[in-house]
Ligand binder design. Structure first.
Ligand code: ACM
Length: 694
């Protein structure tokens, strides 16, 4: 009788689940698997379910260590594969990978009796297990069931990463572990730690104690206050009562590396050079061009002591991190001091280097030789290509995709992390609804839309795209909670971009899964962005506007800036409105002395009721609202009548704000002159998207 009821229940339930076909199932797994086939029946997971494996020795122990962190039945030890007869979960390592040439591929076969995961690697088994966990439904009474299913799955890219900047704001070891739990659950396999930067050095180096006694501490916890404050970006001693910051001891690093390995995550350390090194040069000023602290961000490349330091540091770093790659930064070097530094000049002469780019390249080459000699590979931001790319280096492309494309075309591997789609420090929703961010606008949908293989690459070249990574810089992210808020759910989109077959991608489907994932993450104690309440794009930007000046010619009495040209001379009358960021290609930027000064020709005398334009202010990058706008009209293009002159008190406290400057009334004219001036005290840019005439 009891059995009957159960079977009936199972049938009813399976009928319920089959309604949505395999879609209902696929909708539970992120990143979306390659292939999901729905089957009949339900598998029940209880505390008595037996976990079995053919893994032996160290491999078995490693998996058990991870399983011990999960609830029963997972934490009850692994039995021999021979015991997998009744209600059981079998993790079976196979000779060959289910998907040819894809070491991380796996299959998961769930029947009412058993769940069987097969893979040729421990990582494959681990990912099969994550899929099983995601497919498990738990009812209110805590009963766990999995709809019978067959999953075949394999990642698109081998490198699936997150970068976490722990320099600008230090993050605890426990926090890093917590993030690794989530990354692994979504099948991400690299955590790149930005361990050193001007805001603080974060890793114990035995040979250079001042890095962590001094360069890891500052008298102000919040980066923004410290960086822009009146104290001048000073560090302080660890035992100073004001000291804020921290570092990972070498034991901490070993613990993190071990924790990562259990989750099939590789920790990649980044040690910045030759720039972003203010903290090192404050602790060891003899490594800078003038030998003075607080003067430089770049190491002196002419000084042999610089190489001794970097190699000593890297030697300790390589002892701690087993990763194939060591990231050496390489971004945003100012190189200015090198031009006059006698040591740098001598180096350039001796080595026949024609400019400071080649001097940077000299350093990167030399460091690469050192890393290669220790069996490691060099990874760096795309600036490492300037002055000639080191022969075996891999490029992390962040200033768009160009660096990655050029690297691949030259036969190098590249990892795609373009700011446009992968910088998780930008606003993920309407800025006014969000905690202050560095700027930009990167909603979940845009991350999801990314394809790491640029159209410019041949199939052959595309194979050198090693993968993709989301980057979290933390200048504007003072707390751990806010860090999580910026990471989730956008990192799930990175995971799907990195793992799933692009032909099967669907934002609607992903969005539904992301909503559920946000709830699950909250239940697990994370602090994700509340996707449910997403506002979305700036309303003006959603549909083209229609107005009297549409497609009318515009004369620029002062030029727009070529870096923010939008659609050039068409931009201000093309009906396209800007979104939440000035760099979206719809906003046009002006930095010339008079800022914005344009004349719109309506091509015939026209009755006019209103003339207006929107402006954006983003204080970080010095984009300000105009202090004054003048709107004038003319019938002949010579004599102008001023309609209005609008003054505005620009306030730097408005970190990001939009404002419409307009005139309303009744007039008749052919020409409209629109001028927008910057406040003298602020300097900076002026950005507008459209001169709207009604
Ligand atoms: C970077 O964002 N400077 C790599």
């Amino acid at each position: 009788m009891k059995r009957h009821t159960l079977t009936l229940c199972a049938l009813l339930l399976s009928a319920f689940f089959t309604v949505g076909g395999s879609k209902a199932q696929a909708q539970q797994v992120t990143p979306a698997p390659l292939k999901v086939e729905q089957r009949e029946g339900l598998f029940r997971i209880t505390e008595a379910t037996v976990l079995c494996t053919n893994l032996k020795g160290k491999e078995k122990k490693m998996l058990e260590t991870y399983l011990a962190t999960l609830p029963a039945p997972y934490n009850q030890g692994l039995k021999s594969a021979k015991k997998a007869r009744g209600n059981s979960i079998l993790l079976e390592k196979t000779e060959t990978a289910p998907t040819a040439d894809n070491a991380e591929s796996y299959t998961l076969e769930v029947t009412p009796r058993q769940a069987v995961i097969r893979a040729a690697t421990d990582a494959g088994l681990f990912y099969g297990l994550q899929t099983l966990l995601q497919l498990t439904d738990t009812d209110a009474a805590g009963n766990r069931t999995v709809q019978a299913v067959r999953v075949e799955d394999a990642p698109r890219f081998a490198y699936r990463g997150l970068m976490l900047d722990v320099s600008r704001h230090f993050r605890s070891k426990e926090f890093v572990k917590k993030q690794m739990d989530a990354l692994a659950h979504y099948k991400l396999n690299r955590l790149h730690l930005h361990l050193t930067d001007g805001a603080g050095w974060r890793i114990e180096i035995k040979k250079y104690p001042r890095l962590t006694e001094f360069a890891a501490w500052r008298p102000e916890a919040v980066w923004k206050k410290w960086w822009f404050g009146s104290e001048g970006r000073k560090y302080c001693e660890q035992d100073d009562p004001r000291a804020q910051g921290g570092f990972y001891t070498q034991d901490d690093i070993r613990e993190l590396v071990e924790y990562a390995a259990r989750r099939h995550i590789t920790l990649i350390p980044e040690i910045e050079m030759p720039a972003h090194s203010e903290e090192v040069l404050a602790a060891y000023p003899e490594l800078s061009c003038t030998g003075e602290p607080y003067k430089h961000a770049d190491f002196c490349v002419g000084n042999e002591a610089t190489f001794a330091f970097l190699e000593d540091v890297l030697a300790e770093v390589m002892e701690l991190f087993p990763s194939e790659y060591i990231h050496i930064g390489g971004d945003e070097a100012g190189k200015a001091a090198w031009k006059t530094c006698p040591k740098c000049q001598k180096r350039m002469k001796d080595e026949n280097l024609k400019d400071v780019n080649e001097l940077q390249s000299y350093l990167i080459h030399r460091i690469e030789v050192f890393l290669n000699a220790h069996g490691r590979k060099l990874l760096g931001w795309d600036e490492i290509m300037e002055g000639g790319l080191a022969p075996n280096a891999t490029v992390m492309s962040w200033r768009g995709e160009e660096g990655g494309i050029n690297a691949v075309k030259a036969g190098h591997r590249a990892i795609m992390t373009p700011g446009s789609h992968c910088y998780l420090d930008g606003y993920q929703d309407a800025p006014a609804s969000q905690p202050e961010a560095i700027g930009g606008y990167l909603p979940l949908s845009k991350v999801y839309s990314y394809n790491p293989i640029p159209a410019a690459l041949s199939e052959e070249e595309a194979r050198l795209i090693y993968g993709v990574q989301g980057n979290l810089w933390t200048e504007y992210i003072p707390t751990e909670e806010q860090c999580e808020y910026m990471i989730y759910p956008r990192i799930l989109a990175v995971a799907e971009v990195a793992w799933s077959d692009p032909a099967r991608k669907s934002y609607a489907d992903f969005h539904a899964r992301a909503l559920k994932a946000v709830e699950q993450l909250k239940q697990k104690g994370y602090h994700p962005f509340d996707l449910m309440n997403e506002i979305g794009d700036r309303p003006e930007s959603v549909t083209p506007v229609s107005h009297l000046a549409l497609n009318k010619p515009v004369t620029y009495n002062a030029p727009f800036n070529q870096s923010y040209a939008a659609r050039g001379e068409k931009s201000l009358t093309d009906g396209r409105r800007g979104n939440w960021t000035y760099s979206d290609g719809a906003w046009q930027g002006f930095i010339s002395r008079n800022r914005l000064d344009v004349t719109v020709d309506l091509e015939a005398e026209t009755d006019i009721r209103s003339i207006s334009a929107d402006f954006i202010q983003v204080v970080g990058p010095e984009v300000f609202l105009p202090a004054e706008v003048i709107i004038s009209v003319s019938t002949d293009g010579t004599d102008y009548q001023e309609l209005t002159r609008i003054s505005h008190r620009v306030d730097k406290a408005d970190a990001i704000v939009f404002k419409n400057y307009g005139w309303q009334g009744e007039t008749k004219a052919r020409y409209i002159r629109y001028q927008a001036r910057a406040g003298k005290e602020f300097g900076g840019w002026v950005f507008t998207d459209e001169i709207v005439v009604q």
